[in-house]
Design a protein around this ligand. Sequence first.
Ligand code: GP9
Ligand code: MN
Length: 418
Amino acid sequence: DGNELPEIENYIDENIRSSKESELFGIAEGKNIIFINAESIQSFVINNDVNGQEITPFLNSLTEDEDTYYFKNFYHQTEQGKTSDSEFLVENSLYPLPRGAVFFTQGQNKFHAMPEMLEEKDYYSAVFHANNKSFWNRDQIYPNFGIDHFYGAEAYEVNESNSIGWGLKDKPFFEQSIKYLQSLEQPFYSKFITLTNHFPFELDEEDKSIEPYDSNSNTLNNFFPTVRYMDEAIEQFFSQLKDAGLYDNSIIVIMGDHYGISQNHNRAMSTYLGKEEITPYDHIQLQRVPFFVHIPGHGKGEVKSKIAGQIDVKPTLLHMAGIKTDNDIYFGNDLFHDGRKGYIALRNGDFISDEYISTNGICYDRETGEPLETDTGQNSSETKAENACDPITKKVEQELGYSDDLIYGDLFRFVDFK
Ligand code: GP9
Ligand code: MN
């Protein structure tokens, strides 16, 4: 019956919502929003190289581009639902579930997602993904997000020569998508979900512009050439958008969906990064994924180092589109606004704050990576050990709990989002 709602709304009013408008409020109003969900890319490849070769020359160039904001401390917050969790975070600014995938178990819920909210400014919304529509239950949940059309596998010409691994390669995927994009009513919100840079990172010889790394992990080794392939596909997509006359009236957002290299490959990863070992602190830092906001003609782009996460995407993009979130229920912050809550919660209760990184109950200094002393108090047998992270840990638990309550209770049924 929604009894918990007042308490949750109160928490959001006090801790999340800001009444002030951000610097970029309305900058994208009337413009198309083109969102690229970049499969499995992690931030450690940005401005980095392998075998003496740049891994992502195009994305690297965007980090220095005057029309682009690059967030270098942006974290994925996904769990078992992987890509679908990242979609859930982006569209709703709610947390995915601690286990399982909300896309499957709560697909019939009522939501108040970004595509639906964009209708206030007459946005048409479409998702492009060259995979089976029912995979991850997307065909069931998308309408509940207010997504108007889903271009799935059947919208594409897929054959042996243009596919690998999970399906259509990213280059033909973008190429074949352009005609559909051109046919959409504007302004539109469109999301492109890439596929080639998916575990186990298979790639045809002809698509390999850089050589694999050489370590005991074939997964890590092969990751680099497929990341490069995706980088090239995105670069081509920018040109195709220009050729199609869509570029100038659009903003383009690029986001990594989740990690590609799991901790099973820590040994190879430590060799690659030139570290003795991957500490729990390093592991959290490896959960950073790239986030770019490209605004053609803007001229004020910069590298942003403030901490950020997938939970922040919805309020950021809605505000850019000139839509207020005064009545929304969400847990992120507008990344172009200074007032914000100051921490990014990971689904397992770990978090990153301006000062600390907390993982497995250990509190690290975010800058140095050094674990902070735990104050065991006078009587450690009775008092639970306390550390500097504890006050934020409590907030994180509260916030994750509220998000779970909303989802498990399907509480949006009881909200009038007027
Ligand atoms: C599946 C694609 C990849 O359609 O989005 O999903 P993932 O395995 O990364 O969740
Ligand atoms: Mn994925």
